[in-house]
Design a protein around this ligand. Structure first.
Ligand code: MRU
Length: 356
């Protein structure tokens, strides 16, 4: 079943704040959509795109009940697009459906469904492409991957991006272990990624975020695979806070750092990662654990939700359309950080994109 669906005139979604408990909620108005995005009932870049598109369709459907007013829908669309600032998908998906507003609610819904269906197809394709890429880097043997946050079906509509790649590798018995960063403060790794991997029967272990870099340094990890919330035109990657240290460690260890994301994640209007608005969330997400305060009453907290991994630390970005190796060397070998040249990073197999 899809994590986000249009059912009988409303949006039906998995409530990701409740996970690992399974609960679905119904959204009936644009204000419900804005609230669900802000509270992270729905989260993850492609899922936010699906919500954005269907949210505009919902606004159009409600408006039609009172005498259809495209301008009122446009106002709702703007509020939805601004509900979270960092992921490129939310704004992008809203923009995809806005041009059909004058044609009425049914046309808006059809355009929104097309955005959702395209995302499902993109995730399935990039997952196969990413699996082939990792095989070409690591070799045809069961591998140990490290991931962060949740880039699985919950973060999308079906299948997932980084976890879609894991799923495709698992289908070929090529996953030995997935290390899952728990992803403080909201624990998307342990609450969502681990649940998805358990459901798929993929061997995995949850680790505290601060263990990631040293695990990579230990030589036990074959590659890091993550999703992305936005990729700038220069291929800087914005993803869940805690991604950047993993990329630094991967470069130092000479293992691939691979980003799996639909091409809509690449925002050509954002020149570099420095131009991406990083969301700062409520300090209480850091200070309180399970409702208990973990720091003195006098202590404040800073809660950036994302960080920027510079393009020079990115081995490859896999979209449904292509593999981008920002710093591939002219001799066809793959590098990681510009300063690092490690035999382990030499591609051990061939990647034929046309065969995927
Ligand atoms: O704050 P979140 O949980 O919405 O952040 C999500 C992430 O950072 C994911 O890693 C990213 O969206 C990739 S999802 C396919």
């Amino acid at each position: 079943m899809r994590t986000i669906e249009w059912i009988d005139g409303h949006i039906d979604v998995v409530d990701q704040t409740a996970l690992p408990q399974q609960r679905r909620v119904a959204l009936h108005a644009a204000s419900d959509v804005v609230e669900a995005i802000r509270r992270m009932v729905v989260r993850g870049a492609p899922a936010l795109g699906a919500m954005g598109a269907l949210g505009v369709a919902l606004a159009a459907a409600r408006s039609a009940e009172l005498g259809y007013d495209p301008d009122a829908v446009r106002t709702d669309a703007r509020r939805i697009a601004e509900a979270r600032p960092t992921a490129a998908h939310l704004r992008w998906a809203v923009q995809q459906v806005l041009p059909v507003l004058p044609r009425g609610p049914e046309a808006v819904l059809a355009a929104a469904q097309a955005v959702v269906d395209a995302d499902v197809r993109a995730c399935a394709t990039l997952s196969r492409l990413g699996a082939a890429l990792l095989r070409s880097y690591v070799g045809d043997r069961p591998m140990v991957l490290h991931t962060h946050c949740n880039a699985g079906a919950m973060a999308c509509v079906e299948w997932g991006t980084a976890l879609g790649v894991v799923r495709a590798l698992h289908a070929d018995a090529l996953i030995k272990m997935v290390m899952v960063g728990e992803t403080r403060p909201l624990l998307q790794g342990s609450r969502i990624t681990a649940v998805e991997l358990a459901g798929l029967g993929v061997p995995h272990q949850v680790v505290v975020d601060s263990a990631g870099p040293s695990l990579i340094a230990s030589g036990e990890i074959d590659a890091v695979i993550v999703g992305a919330d936005r990729i700038a035109a220069n291929y800087d990657v914005v993803n869940k806070v805690g991604t950047y240290p993993l990329a630094l460690a991967a470069a130092r260890a000479g293992i691939p750092f691979v980003v799996a994301a639909p091409s809509a994640t690449i925002d050509l209007d954002t020149p570099t990662g420095a131009a991406v608005p990083i969301e700062y969330r409520d300090p209480d997400e850091v200070l309180l654990v399970g409702g208990w305060r973990m720091a003195p009453a006098e202590s404040g907290a800073l809660n950036p939700a994302f960080d920027v991994t510079p393009a020079d630390l990115v081995t490859a970005i896999v979209t449904e359309a292509r593999v981008i190796e920002p710093h591939a060397r002219p001799d066809g070998q793959v590098n990681v950080a510009h300063a690092v040249t490690v035999p382990a990073m030499r591609r051990s197999g061939s990647l034929d994109v046309r065969a995927i």
